[in-house]
Design a protein around this ligand. Structure first.
Ligand SMILES: Cc1cc2nc3c(=O)[nH]c(=O)nc-3n(C[C@H](O)[C@H](O)[C@H](O)COP(=O)(O)OP(=O)(O)OC[C@H]3O[C@@H](n4cnc5c(N)ncnc54)[C@H](O)[C@@H]3O)c2cc1C
Length: 477
């Protein structure tokens, strides 16, 4: 296919672009997908898929090392062959990327163009020495790791979430700058592989966007495995390099140095818009640098859409994929779907994982509602006790007046799966009593969700004293 006029051009083959391209091509539309690196983008190549394969290897090492807990004997020390771990990860990533290439390659009216796209004018993009024009253009260019401006950092041979996954020799001591979702997955994983690990977090606690009690529970899990955590720490400089790296900090006003062999920088991600030439198309950015979109993901230019991390409305694979579903439904199926209908949900894939949906308790307090909370420690969940993995808790928030479920946090085994029962009840937009009366299979974590809802109490700071909602029946189902 050499004609350079397309009905649709997709820039970036992340978690929405290829699916949208395929839907359009299946309708017979002429579609181009332009990708400057690898099909599948971050999730397939540098994000979810590779990290979760590594988390699985790390868990296997942890189970083997702790086998005696379950009465299992391992006849010798447990070792981790990082080269073999990486080879397994590379194989699974290559399979996923290959399957995507095969699928897209099999669609007759779809052309994959390799190279970096840059706007020449609102309908034209340049890729290498070729110019392509599109009636509609969809930007799915994703995000990249943020590298802070720290004296000495650029000479320190630091790792990012991308380059750390190329290591095939175990670091002696991994220092992780950033105690949020990505940093903590790598911290626990490398500790389980056998490295010493120190996490440095600027905030006064890990994963500061979660409720303080959840941060504390997760910190206890990680420190219990031997991860050092330094919070309230402002990094001021980096000295040395790969093999002997030192991070200079100010902690509570006092200087401190954390030394290690490798430094992972995991302080956040920023939208990937550099080099796109958005000015030439008139596409507007918000104050944080994300592409501005309306509720249907249309940018400031009516024939250009932005999907996935680059629009700042999600930051996850499932939100990017949902962006595709919204745009496809609106353009191809005559629907009127909007991003604002989406309920926030995500997992943090430490072990045990954190499953989250809807509001945190902090957000519920700020909402001005009267809120009820149901809590249960994982130590009181049969499944967790049988597995002898009892860290964490279940928490569900309910509006005391409307009886709608506002959100939930499940930190503990299967928390990333059990959370979906809660989000589904939120999508169904029915009172919490529907979930309270549901019968779930035994023995699971999900079977305790109705029981948690049997024991709702006022969330501190959201009620007048001793006021209870209508229809509240403690202990009853
Ligand atoms: C370490 C890590 C772990 C993660 N784990 C999870 C997880 O467990 N669950 C989860 O939901 N999310 C996770 N994420 C986030 C998830 O990977 C992203 O949200 C997801 O990939 C969606 O990205 P996207 O569709 O916006 O674009 P991306 O997947 O980032 O793809 C964008 C593509 O655009 C290409 N591109 C950019 N500019 C141009 C240009 N000018 N021309 C041509 N091509 C261009 C890029 O090369 C890239 O391939 C993780 C991220 C990281 C970094």
């Amino acid at each position: 296919m050499t004609d350079s006029r397309f009905e649709a051009i997709i820039v970036g083959a992340g978690q929405s672009g290829p699916f949208l391209a395929a839907r359009m091509a299946e309708r017979g539309q002429r579609v181009a997908v332009i990708e400057k690196r690898w099909l599948g983008g971050t999730c397939v190549n540098d994000g979810c898929i590779p990290t979760k394969t590594l988390v699985a290897s790390a868990r296997a090492a942890w189970v083997a090392r702790n086998a005696a807990r379950w009465g299992v004997t391992i006849g010798g020390p447990v070792g981790v062959d990082l080269a073999a771990v990486k080879a397994r990860k590379d194989r699974i990533v290559a399979e996923s990327r290959g399957n995507l290439a095969k699928w897209l390659g099999g669609l007759a009216s779809l052309e994959v163009i390799e190279g970096e796209a840059r706007f020449v004018d609102p309908h034209t993009l340049r890729v290498g020495d070729r110019e392509v024009t599109g009636d509609k253009i969809f930007l799915n260019t994703g995000a990249r790791p943020v590298i802070p401006r720290l004296p000495g950092l650029s000479d320190a041979g630091y790792l990012t979430s991308e380059s750390i996954m190329e290591l095939d020799v175990l670091p002696a001591h991994l220092v992780v700058l950033g105690g949020s979702y990505i940093g903590l997955e790598f911290a626990q994983m490398y500790r389980r592989f056998g490295a010493a690990v120190t996490v440095i977090e600027r905030g006064d606690r890990l994963i500061p966007r979660e409720d303080p009690d959840i941060s504390a529970e997760l910190a206890a899990i990680l420190t219990g495995e031997g991860v050092d955590v330094v919070c309230g720490a402002e990094a001021t400089a980096v000295t040395g390099g790969r093999g002997d790296v030192r991070v200079e900090l100010t902690v509570a006003g006092a200087p401190r140095t954390v030394a290690g062999s490798h430094l992972l920088v995991a302080v956040g991600r920023a939208p990937f818009t550099a080099g796109l030439g958005l000015d030439a198309a008139g596409v507007a950015l918000d104050a944080r640098g994300y592409i501005t979109t309306d509720d249907r993901l249309v940018t400031s230019v009516p024939h250009i859409w932005a999907l996935g991390d680059v629009n700042g409305r999600g930051g996850f694979t499932h939100t990017s994929y949902d962006d595709f579903q919204i745009v496809a439904a609106n353009l191809l199926d005559g629907a009127d779907r909007r991003v604002s209908e989406r309920i926030p949900i995500y997992g943090v894939y430490t072990d045990p994982p954190l499953g989250r949906c809807g509001m945190t308790a902090t957000e519920a307090r700020a909402s001005g509602r009267r809120v009820l909370i149901g809590k249960r420690a994982m130590a009181r969940v049969g499944r967790a006790r049988e597995r002898d993995e009892t860290a964490g808790s279940i928490q569900i928030l309910v509006d005391a007046d409307s009886r709608e479920v506002l959100g939930a946090t499940i930190l503990g085994i299967e928390g990333d799966e059990a959370i979906h029962a809660v989000v589904d009840i939120m999508y169904a937009d029915v009172p919490y009593t529907v979930l309270q009366r549901a019968v779930h299979a035994h023995p699971t974590v999900s079977e305790l969700l109705p029981t948690v809802l049997d024991a709702l109490e006022p969330l501190e700071g959201t009620h007048e004293p001793a006021r209870r909602p209508l229809g509240f029946a403690p202990g009853g189902r």
